[in-house]
Every structure is written in structure tokens, then in C-alpha cells.
Write a protein that binds this ligand. Sequence first.
Ligand code: WQD
Length: 344
Amino acid sequence: MSKTRILVTGGTGYIGSHTTVELINAGFDVVIIDNLSNSNREVLDGIEAITGVRPAFIEGDVNDLSTLDCIFQAYPGIEGIINFAASKAVGESVQKPLLYYRNNLNSLMNLLEMVEKYNVKGFVFSSSCTVYGEPDVNPVTEESPIKPATSPYGNTKQISEEIITDTIRSGANFNAIILRYFNPVGAHPSALIGELPLGVPQNLIPYLTQTAIGIRKELSVFGNDYDTPDGSCIRDFINVVDLAKAHVIAVKRMIEGKSLDCIEIFNLGTGNGVSVLELIDTFESATGVKVPHKIVGRREGDIEKVWANPKKANEVLGWVADTPLADTMVSAWKWQQHLAEKKS
Ligand code: WQD
């Protein structure tokens, strides 16, 4: 029996590459399109080393409709799309809003055109807890109010969800599953793929591991005067492999016609709120490696505390993010060490 073919946009990126591994492990045939603006081709070597399979890869931009058309012609029978390709740096989006609106929204609309033209059954969209803004109540459920976005990046996620919803409501014949990620962290246990920030990392974990290995002198903790037990911000740090597995379940759900509604939304988190300072402690005790850090002023736009109620995903998808945070910290550290070995 031929394998079910899935198009993964942004498939050489952090979450895209881990999801590609899990899709291949689950028996899917994966086609990746990525413009390598925030990743590199070597990620394909890691995917192949882990799975024994090198996915089809097209270096291209999802904003280019003709490129997409060529892919659907060259790889017939694509039944599902998982859309990771998007610009995702919160701070950069404030500096370059037009780049974010054009890239993230135009690419999505191109893909939705392909869904209709080539009768794709299922569309998985990579969304974010950022749509909840600063929640009034934690943990947040899928019914928690959507707050006005605090950045163009967050706004593109909110608008994207609306574009998908309106397209389906117009009668388009496909199902969509929107996955709202909390804070993806860690790396594949093989240490052959992981988070590859280009330049100075904006996110906490890559900056933390680069500090632990000596690339950065000191980690700045952005504020300890928040209304939290230790004063630092609280997040729901979810293991990237646990997160990837949810995508496989989601795409299977739609292809097998098990969706309860033509559009479903799920929070992907652990349900545990962990502070920045607690995370540093967890890393240090799990790895035995100290992370020099100092408290500095707050970072503009930061949410004080947000963590998920993952009950809906647990019960409806039968999925749980259960990797212990300590193990996730070890995986992040092993990946950083792997990067250092590659450089030496
Ligand atoms: C986490 C916490 C910082 C760096 C954003 C997006 C989200 C997703 C992940 C794309 C905050 C603190 C950070 C540092 C620090 N984006 N921090 N020192 O902002 O929660 O989420 O990135 O997929 O959609 O909103 O993630 O890792 O930047 O910050 O103290 O050097 O760590 O203040 O409290 P964030 P983050």
C-alpha cells in the first residue's frame, strides 16, 4: 500500500524537522518545502540519520505560488499539509511588521489555494499561545478569550486562524486543525536535530545552553519583579518531540475522517507553569552545569504568566506531553554539545 503523502512547509526548521522525523517514523511520505531563511540543509542529514529516510526537499518560498504548483504536480496525491513556514521572532516583528504580515499571511493564503485546487484533506496550522495575550486566568483553555495581539507576530497568528476559519466557513471542502503551542523546548534525544537559532538567540533555551557552553558570557533574566512566586515570568515549557507527535495525531485524525468538526483547535502544553528561574535550576540540576545569569529589567511585550490546560488535547487527541522537564533540559544540553563538536 502506498504511503500517505504529507507536505511540510518549514520542514527544516526547529519544530518542522522534529515533526518530519515523527511523520516518517509513523510511516508517512514527507515532502518538505523550506526557503532556508532560518534553517539549513544539513538538517536533512540529521533527519536521515535518525529515520534512515531522506525526505524529498524543495528549497523554495511558500510565497511563490508557481513553486507550490510545481510541487503538487511533481508529488501527486498530497493528502495533508502541515504549515510551519512563517517568521516567528516577536521582537523583529515589531521592527518589520510588513515583512511579517506579507510573509506569514500571503504564504498561508497560497497554501489554502493549493488545498482547494488539489483536494488536500487536512491542513494543520502552527499557531501559538501568544493569541491569548496576558490571560486573565491560568491555565488557559481553547475557550479562553483571544486578547488583542501584543506584537505583529502574534497578530499574524490570530489573523491566520481567522483566514482558515473563514475559508472553511465559505464551504471549502477540507478540515483544519489549529495547534496553539506554548513554549517548545529541547531537542531530539539523538542530539542529531534541535533548535538552530541564527545569530543571537531571542528565545530562552538556546541562549541558556549557549551560556552554559561558554558561547555567551551570562544569561540575562528579564525581570524578577513580576507577580509570581519567585518574581520571574512563568511559561509552559513543552518538549519538542512531544509537540511533534501531536502533529502526527492531528494529520491522521483528518485523513482518517475522525475530526468532530471541520475546524478544531487544541492547546499543546504540559499544563505545568514553570518560572524562568525554576527552569534555570532544573537545567543546572539535570546537567550538573552552572548557568551564569543576572537579573535585568523586564523585556517589553513579555507576558507575565501563561500556561495551558491541555485537557482537550489529552482527551480528544489521546495525546499527553509527559516528558519530564529535566530530561528535556538534558536533551537541549546534548544538542548544544553536538553543535560544539561539529564546529571543532
Ligand atoms: C520565555 C521567557 C522571557 C530570553 C515567544 C513567542 C512564542 C514562541 C516562543 C515562536 C520570557 C525570558 C528569554 C532571555 C529571559 N514563538 N527570557 N532571557 O517570549 O515566551 O514566546 O517565543 O514559536 O509564540 O511568543 O519565549 O523563550 O523568548 O521567553 O529571561 O535571554 O524567558 O522574558 O519570560 P516567549 P522566550
